[in-house]
Design a protein around this ligand. Structure first.
Ligand code: F3S
Length: 389
């Protein structure tokens, strides 16, 4: 804090100490990795870019640090209709992060590309779905950092020890009994909506879920925190550490009617769809394979765009397996490094179809009507331009 390590470290220590004082932290704690959000120029503006450049002048990260999605595909931005002015500013943002020594990963699924914390490891991540995944599915420990506090942790290698870093704050305080089967990916988004509303600002301990795949948990993490819960949950028999926790006494249930009500709340009354976007959180290679299989021999309807949002790493695997060629031959577009929430899309599309409850939440803020359904329903909508459910 005395400035001996330069401006970026001094500024970072000021941020971390202020945070620690506000939340009553007794000490700083070492972090194993950092995930930085606040990458899109659309959200940062010139003031944010200036702040990043001031830190990049002498700041170098001390731990593995990965980056959340940016406002555009860093290579194929023109194909996605991004203006050259925006691209220029976005590239300046990326350049500042690169000078800091941050991996230009531009994904909200850093755990799929090598930033994979261990059980019990302290990290400082921002981006609500990734934070929830780290805490709940991996059993790592992180607060929901803002962009500046995550960056500060990266420059210092430490974060204030409060909140979800402390075991006493990781105890579940509401029991959610799920009494309905989950049959498709978007049901997990609907479940996240239902639980998020019932467990507002609480840590749910969930029972009644028989099995879960990685992509389902990824989707649930995004949804449950977007719609109100804390970025930590336990699913009995599925997520790590659930067996160490006591079932809370307050119990609520999720019934078939709650799932239907979630779909009703998320879905607007619209049938003509001009934008289909899957990959919120970013698509895994398995999801890309599914999209390629569903699109084989078909064509995306003229006047409708299909975006597959994913990390560049997953796209490189898809290139090798031929999935990219199949999707692009059908008229689909890859949106690497970016997503529907952080790209400058306001006013560009009227109606979205997606697999993601979180995607619907943010796309409404971009003035789109929304529909949520399975991967199959989304791909069929891309081909017909109509939502048929
Ligand atoms: Fe990721 Fe963007 Fe969704 S950051 S979780 S794809 S809103």
């Amino acid at each position: 804090m005395d400035g001996k390590e330069g401006y970026a470290v001094r500024k970072s220590m000021e941020i971390l100490v202020a945070l620690g004082e506000i939340f009553g932290a007794k000490s700083l704690i070492d972090v194993g990795s950092v995930q930085v959000a606040g990458v899109s120029y659309h959200n940062l503006g010139d003031a944010g870019l200036e702040f990043l450049n001031s830190l990049a002048a002498d700041g170098k990260v001390k731990v593995l640090t990965t980056l959340n999605p940016a406002g555009m595909d860093l290579e194929n931005w023109q194909q996605l209709g991004i203006s050259p002015d925006f691209a220029d500013k976005q590239n300046q943002v990326i350049d500042a992060f690169e000078r800091m020594g941050i991996l230009i990963s531009c994904t909200c699924t850093p755990y799929l590309i090598g930033n994979l914390p261990l059980y019990g490891e302290h990290v400082a991540w921002s981006e609500s779905s990734a934070v929830t995944f780290a805490n709940s599915v991996l059993g790592a420990k992180t607060n929901r950092e803002g962009g500046p506090s995550a960056l500060a942790a990266a420059f210092v290698g430490k974060t204030p020890c409060y909140g979800l870093h402390l075991d006493e704050n990781r105890i579940p305080d509401i029991h959610v009994q799920v009494n309905t089967p989950l049959t498709k990916l978007s049901d997990w988004g609907a479940l996240g909506y239902a639980i998020g509303k019932k467990a507002e600002n609480k840590i749910p301990y969930i029972t009644g879920v028989k099995a879960a795949e990685l992509d389902e948990l990824k989707s649930f993490c995004a949804s449950v925190v977007t719609y109100g819960a804390k970025p930590l949950f336990y699913i009995k028999g599925i997520t790590p550490g659930a067996e160490l926790q006591k079932q809370p006494t307050q119990t609520v249930t999720v019934e078939q009617a709650d799932i239907k009500a979630a779909y009703d709340a998320i879905n607007d009354d619209v049938s003509d769809i001009d934008f289909v976007c899957v990959g919120c959180p970013h698509c895994s290679i398995k999801e890309i394979q599914e999209i390629a299989d569903l699109l084989k021999g078909k064509k995306v309807k003229a006047g409708t765009e299909l975006w597959v949002a994913t990390s560049r790493t997953a796209k490189q695997l898809a290139d090798k397996r031929g999935y990219t060629a199949t999707i692009e031959a059908a008229g689909g577009k890859f949106a690497c490094d970016t997503c529907m929430a952080v790209a400058p899309l306001k006013g560009r599309f009227k109606a979205l179809a997606t697999t993601s409850a979180k995607g619907c939440f943010y796309s409404r803020q971009n003035l789109m009507k929304t529909k949520m359904g399975s991967m199959k329903e989304c791909v069929e909508t891309a081909v017909s331009g109509k939502w048929n459910n």
